[in-house]
Design a protein around this ligand. Structure first.
Ligand SMILES: *[C@@H]1O[C@H](CO)[C@@H](O)[C@H](O)[C@H]1NC(C)=O
Ligand SMILES: *[C@@H]1O[C@H](CO)[C@@H](O)[C@H](O)[C@H]1NC(C)=O
Ligand SMILES: *[C@@H]1O[C@H](CO)[C@@H](O)[C@H](O)[C@H]1NC(C)=O
Ligand SMILES: *[C@@H]1O[C@H](CO)[C@@H](O)[C@H](O)[C@H]1NC(C)=O
Length: 490
């Protein structure tokens, strides 16, 4: 019911809904009602609900005229009520349904809003669930508290992630610093080595220079002494020549240590002296300085590539030092390997007969061999990082890596195997790679392949290796090609 404190509230109240008029209309009898209320009422009885005067219809419709004055007054009254409610917000008693001017005593759970009793029965809330305001507040508060709990739980887990992220940022910075320091110290070592060699080579040149300068200046001294001796003689003889008196001249000629003796003793020496030519040279260090020093540096740098030694149970031939592998040729005689080299490097191979042909009297019972033979390094890797290089040269079939994780070349295509599946690399017609670099990180179980001539990354395989102890793996095939495959030793 409309609040009695609003002026003319009774006059502005609809006799049907007992709330302040909404869109009031006036009937011919002079009574006014909300348009909605009277429409509803006239649908059952066609008379004024207050004075029972029949209400005429025009072509089946009721002619309902808006009561403009009443309408504007009602709107003002509603506004006054609204303002009043807002100023007295805290008082629950001040909360009224804006539509029905009723106390908001219920909470519609379906629509999540406060409603009055009239709203509950209206069409807008048909079939909805309601709760008394207090009860609804208690249960909603409980729900909210659970929600806050959930938020703070979530907050805790998010905070954990944030902490971890911060730790990772710190770690990353530390790793960066550590790597920077490492780079500096490693370059410093190389710089120191280079500086030392530079000083040594310069020192060697200085010694050579000193030695040569000494020889040259000694030679020059001798020449100059001789030259000054010649001048003395020249003076003496000229003095004698200047004598005009014949007697005196001849007397002087006859004397001891005279021009005569000088003439007799004189030997032309212009051809007996030789120029000491400059011969400063550093030999190969003069033309190939950088290459020679780079080679020297290989001997001091740490860590170096692994020096792999292979052993095989297959029909392949392994060199005595274990470094290289050659396909066994089923038609070939053993000595063909040694006597008919296909390349000069091959000459130096001295295949160990016992090791190579230990299985089953190769000669006595020649049999067809599997085209391929695999070999494993005697070097074992269990931890840390390892790098090695294999010179595949012209070989037309090879597999390189560790067991089940390797790079394969079959004469035209490169394929990488990760212990689970395989993947083709370099589609099209790939450039032939002459030297493969293999990098194994035992901690991360990552195996990377590189073109070792340019250190270009080819592929990285990440898989759980079955074994904790790993060896380098090598397989060669195509017994018809006589090219060896060789581990690079530096
Ligand atoms: C969630 O964490 C932020 C930052 O630590 C904090 O400001 C906020 O109050 C927390 N919220 C809750 C619900 O715990
Ligand atoms: C020294 O060099 C000159 C040309 O500069 C040459 O004619 C001479 O034969 C050289 N002497 C020696 C000993 O090499
Ligand atoms: C192979 O890879 C698939 C998916 O990457 C994985 O589910 C499966 O366990 C792997 N198998 C082996 C033997 O590693
Ligand atoms: C090796 O793998 C471990 C573990 O993933 C990683 O922490 C380390 O940085 C790697 N080392 C190198 C040199 O790549």
């Amino acid at each position: 019911m409309a609040s009695s404190s609003t002026p003319y509230s009774e006059e502005l109240t609809c006799p049907i809904c007992l709330a302040i008029f909404s869109d009031p209309v006036i009937l011919f009898c002079g009574h006014s009602f909300c348009r909605e209320c009277i429409t509803l009422s006239l649908s059952s009885q066609q008379q004024c609900p207050q004075c029972r005067t029949p209400v005429p219809t025009q072509m089946g419709h009721f002619h309902l005229t808006t009561n403009h004055i009443l309408k504007s007054l009602a709107e003002k009254a509603k506004e006054t009520e609204r303002l009043k409610r807002e100023s007295g917000k805290d008082e629950v008693s001040g909360w009224f349904c804006p539509e029905h001017e009723e106390k908001l005593k219920l909470f519609c759970i379906t629509d999540q809003q406060l409603v009055c009793i009239i709203c509950r029965d209206g069409a807008k809330h048909e079939g909805h669930k309601f709760k008394p305001v207090k009860e609804a507040a208690v249960s909603l508060k409980a729900e909210l508290e659970a929600f806050v709990q959930q938020v703070s739980c979530d907050n805790v887990s998010i905070e954990k992630i944030a902490t971890t992220q911060n730790e990772e940022i710190t770690k990353s910075k530390e790793k960066f610093q550590q790597l920077m320091t490492q780079i500096s110290s490693q370059f410093k070592e190389m710089h120191q080595f280079l500086k030392k060699r530079e000083d040594e080579i310069k020192e060697e040149l200085k010694l050579k220079m000193k030695d040569e300068a000494k020889k040259m200046s000694e030679n020059l001294e001798t020449i100059e002494t001789t030259l000054s001796g010649g001048t003395e003689l020249d003076k003496k003889v000229k003095l004698v020549l200047e004598m005009t008196d014949s007697e005196k001249f001849l007397k002087s000629w006859a004397e001891e240590n005279s021009a005569k003796t000088a003439r007799r003793a004189f030997r032309p020496r212009g051809t007996s002296f030789k120029v000491v030519n400059s011969s400063l040279s550093l030999m190969p260090y003069e033309s190939h300085l950088q290459f020679f020093v780079w080679k020297e540096m290989l001997q001091v740098i740490q860590p170096r590539a692994e020096q792999l030694k292979f052993t095989t149970k297959g029909p392949a031939a392994v060199s005595v030092d274990g470094r290289s592998l050659l396909s066994a040729c089923e038609q070939c005689q053993q000595y063909q390997y040694v006597q008919q080299p296909t390349s000069h490097s091959y000459n130096s191979y001295n295949y160990d007969q016992r090791q190579t042909y230990s299985d089953n009297n190769y000669y006595r019972t020649p049999r067809k061999y599997d085209k391929h033979s695999s070999a494993f390094s005697s070097n074992k890797f269990t931890s840390g990082q390892h790098y090695w290089e294999i010179d595949v040269g012209q070989k037309t079939y090879w597999e390189i890596g560790i067991e089940k994780h390797f790079l394969k070349y079959d004469g035209s295509t490169y394929t990488v195997f990760d212990g689970n599946g395989s993947k083709g690399l370099f589609h099209g017609s790939p450039k032939k790679i002459g030297k493969i670099g293999i990098y194994l990180n035992c901690s991360s179980q990552e195996l990377s392949f590189y073109d070792a001539d340019t250190m270009t990354h080819i592929h990285t395989v990440t898989q759980r290796y079955a074994s904790q102890t790993l060896s380098a793996y090598l397989k060669i095939g195509n017994y018809k090609d006589n090219y060896p495959v060789m581990a690079c030793w530096y």
